[in-house]
Ligand binder design. Sequence first.
Ligand code: HEC
Length: 177
Amino acid sequence: MRRCLAGIGHFPPFFLFATTHITMRIALTLKPGLLAAALLLGACNDRVKDTHPQRWVSQRQAAFKQLTKALEPMGLVARERQDYNKAEFQSQALELQELSGKPWAYFTPDSNYPPTRAKPSVWQDAAGFKQAQDSYQARVAQLAKVAGSADVPAIRSAVDAVEKSCKACHDQFRNER
Ligand code: HEC
């Protein structure tokens, strides 16, 4: 939020140029609109744009968002907030497995630049980062394996294990905002 307010702080000098009455009125009507747009675009959190021609950071962040979305319905089943349905759960687990291979290719050697949240250790400890991917993928595979079993406790522990390995990698390789 402090960064957000700092961002808003960039606006006033522009409005100082609004000398005539009419310009002033336009400025006053525009200003709330600009602020709302800045908020809607998430300008508070990610004011730095990904200007790399390949947009590696944006691409991998989008891939991670897809993982979050794919995992969510299975989390509900694991926490018994949604009934287990074999066919549905199996297809959700397969989807997660398919999506889980995607983010890694976007961590290219030239992709450590703002607005990334990746820690430098992603590049400094490439073997450790690869190991975190492998252990995550193994847990996703285990989830896919038990997905059709109707054994809810086994499914729950497989979902837990996946969530823990997301977090383990984040603790080691991702910065807090
Ligand atoms: C092997 C490491 C690793 C694993 C496993 C991993 N992540 Fe991440 N994740 C990262 C890193 C590194 C970033 C930061 C990417 C960046 O900003 O460049 C990230 C970023 C994210 C983001 C933020 C995207 C954004 O818009 O900024 C989300 C959400 C996320 N991960 C969800 C997940 C979920 C859910 C899982 C498990 C299903 C998962 N991740 C597994 C390393 C990992």
